[in-house]
Design a protein around this ligand. Structure first.
Ligand code: FE2
Ligand code: FE2
Length: 162
């Protein structure tokens, strides 16, 4: 069962760790088929993660903050750059020149992005949004993901491994 202390920040942080692990594996994978499978998984996990952030967690923070909020806009721009990199990689085969370099860039970009979220947005979520609401938001994300078999149990407090 869910523990009442597991909130949406725990869930998003857990996603970050899973994605970092998968991105590291992709960076080191030299077998094209394995790299392809890993990449497909990363795209799905990342999409689920961004949906949870932009559709569920960040709006809750937006609602709790004053209207002038340029930090959030910067972070949405970061998401756009990452999505562009993903779109380029989706049009490539892993054995094509340039894929490996993009995989490395993607890993580094996301590492930075996760770090900046964990240093700024996540603490503000905990500071500005009511604890009970943060726990409710985690449940909301998990309920949304329960219908998506492509997304791992990384979002579950019990899971996290594949
Ligand atoms: Fe993000
Ligand atoms: Fe994130």
């Amino acid at each position: 069962m869910l523990t009442s202390s597991f909130d949406v920040v725990d869930l998003l942080t857990r996603d970050h760790r899973l994605l970092e692990r998968l991105l590291e594996e992709l960076d080191q994978e030299r077998q094209p088929i394995q790299a392809s499978l890993l990449f497909v998984r990363i795209v799905r996990e990342l999409a689920a993660h961004e949906t949870a952030e932009q559709g569920i967690a960040f709006p809750a923070l937006g609602a709790a903050l004053p209207a002038n909020n340029s930090g959030e806009r910067e972070r949405l721009a970061e998401h756009r750059e990452i999505n562009q990199l993903l779109a380029e990689m989706q049009r490539m085969m892993p054995e094509e020149p340039g894929f490996e370099a993009r995989a490395t860039t993607l890993r580094l970009e996301l590492q930075d992005h996760f770090h900046s979220e964990e240093m700024s947005v996540f603490p503000r979520l905990r500071a500005c949004v009511d604890r009970r609401q943060l726990v409710d938001l985690a449940e909301k994300v998990m309920t949304a993901r329960a219908g998506d078999p492509a997304v791992s149990t990384a979002s579950s407090p019990r899971g996290g491994h594949s």
